[in-house]
Design a protein around this ligand. Structure first.
Ligand SMILES: Cc1ncc(COP(=O)(O)O)c(C=O)c1O
Length: 457
């Protein structure tokens, strides 16, 4: 990032604009308010997943097509949320619609293998340089399976994860996902904090936590637990607290340290997967892990998950030593959607288009930030990107905690009120689709410019 001038934003100005935008938000969404109230009668927090309940309230969606979605009140948005990064194909892509319609007309579920499983596994093997694959239905299942494989392969129980990485909602990795500062411990050796009640303490104690981008802390962790660690689980570019990029050489270092101590490296590419490049972080950062977890965008909008790995590790499943199973694994509809997504939609030209749109966003937003001397910066990687509401690069969770969330929340409201839907949670990144146009992404830039003008007015 080039050195540039950045001045703090005035908190009172942010608060005033936020109050105004919240009013506008509520006035335009009476039906969402009503639906939320009704849902709360039968559902905790009125949503099927707690992620969907965020300030000021959930936006109930009616449908989507291409780059657009419409909410229950009829408001139209350019979709930058894209279902938490799933819909890189865009909504109701004709090829996905056709593939799923063809498949469902011949039956939607058999719990028997179908031809497509091999086609999809072969394509994932090609992209991610892992010879063997198994399927599931979510990112949670993918990381759960990877952890079990690593523990079985090494005969060890301990896991090492990065502070503030989210890997799904199973017990082993729901540790220090967003730990409360009062409980998180010292920065160089963070405490292991359960993310939810109901997680057995014995499991939490088996998961050690280290800061991102800190190889010394990782070395110290291995030294403190000699011969105990089965795997280091890493989201190669962290994407659940804004976007945090790995330092140059960090991922290679993690792999080497893990291997030196007889542990495996697991990449959680559920978010980075096929969105930051055709072969995700594996390709972008040039490090091949021992096991890789995928989900979200690989399934073109159907529930999906996959774990891929080295032949000698995956052989544990062949040998019946590791159980990897599920009624819906390799579901025909998911496989039909994944096949067309990977082979016919997310092609090299799709990635060229993502790169072109990323350039428009990066250039446009950088210009606005520089013109208004805002203490923010922008990261783009193909279909993914986001604004970080801090001038300096964020390297780990402790840096992330220093970000003032108020301008991020204002930006979320501002975009939502002007026809751009962002993922719930002010620090979420965006996901573009192959059906987004330059005009679509310019809408985000124009809204951002208008907000910048008002912040400095
Ligand atoms: C990096 C990462 N891993 C795993 C998961 C869990 O995936 P799922 O919600 O499909 O279980 C998520 C979900 O957002 C994620 O961001």
């Amino acid at each position: 990032m080039a050195t540039r001038i950045a001045r703090a934003v005035e908190p009172k100005r942010v608060a005033d604009l936020t109050a105004r935008e919240e009013e506008v938000f509520k006035r335009a969404r009476p039906r969402s308010v009503e639906l939320w109230k009704e849902a709360k009668e039968v559902m905790p927090r009125g949503v099927p997943s707690s992620f969907q309940d965020s300030k000021p309230q959930p936006v109930f969606v009616d449908g989507g097509k291409g780059s657009r979605v419409w909410d229950a009140d009829g408001n139209e948005y350019v979709d930058f949320h894209n279902g938490f990064g799933v819909m890189a194909v865009g909504h109701a892509h004709p090829l996905v619609v056709q593939a799923v319609a063809d498949r469902i007309a011949r039956g939607s579920h058999f719990a028997q293998p179908v031809e497509e499983v091999t086609v999809v596994a072969r394509e994932l093997a090609r992209r991610f340089h892992q010879p063997q694959w198994r399927f599931g239905n979510s990112g949670t299942e993918a990381t759960l399976d990877a952890v079990r494989l690593a523990r079985a392969f090494t005969g060890r129980d301990r896991l090492v994860k990065i502070e503030a990485s989210y890997h799904g909602h199973h017990d082993a990795l729901m540790v220090s996902v967003e730990p409360d500062p009062s409980r998180m411990g010292p920065p160089e050796s963070p405490a292991s904090v359960p993310q939810s009640e109901g997680i057995p303490r014995a499991l939490v104690e088996l998961t050690s936590v280290v800061p991102f981008n800190d190889l010394d802390a990782l070395r110290a962790m291995f030294k403190a637990h000699p011969g105990e660690v089965a795997a280091v689980v890493v989201e190669p570019a962290m994407m659940n607290c804004g976007i945090i990029l790995p330092d140059s050489g960090y991922l290679d270092g993690v792999r080497d340290i893990a291997h030196e101590h007889g542990a495996l490296l697991i990449f959680d590419e559920v978010k980075t997967g096929v969105t930051i490049g055709p072969s995700g972080a594996t390709e972008r950062f040039g490090v091949i892990p021992d096991l890789v977890c995928l989900a979200k965008a690989i399934g073109g909008g159907l529930p999906c998950g996959a774990v891929g790995g080295r032949a000698d590790i995956m052989a544990l499943i062949d040998e019946g030593r590791v159980s990897q199973m599920g009624t819906f694994n390799g579901n025909p509809l998911t496989m039909a959607a994944a096949r067309v997504t990977l082979l016919d939609i997310l092609t090299p030209s799709a990635y060229a288009q993502f790169d072109a749109m990323a350039e428009v966003l990066q250039g446009g937003l950088d210009t606005v930030i520089a013109e208004h001397e805002l203490p923010f910066h922008v990261i783009t990687m193909a279909a993914r990107g986001g604004v970080t509401y801090r001038a300096e690069r964020v390297r780990n969770y402790r840096d992330y905690l220093t970000i003032d969330k108020a301008p991020a929340y204002l930006a979320w409201l501002y975009q939502c009120n002007r026809g751009v839907l962002m993922a719930p949670g002010a620090e979420e990144n965006w996901t573009l689709s192959v059906q987004h146009s330059e005009n679509d992404v310019m809408r985000y830039v124009e809204n951002f410019a208008a907000m910048a003008g008002e912040l400095r007015a």
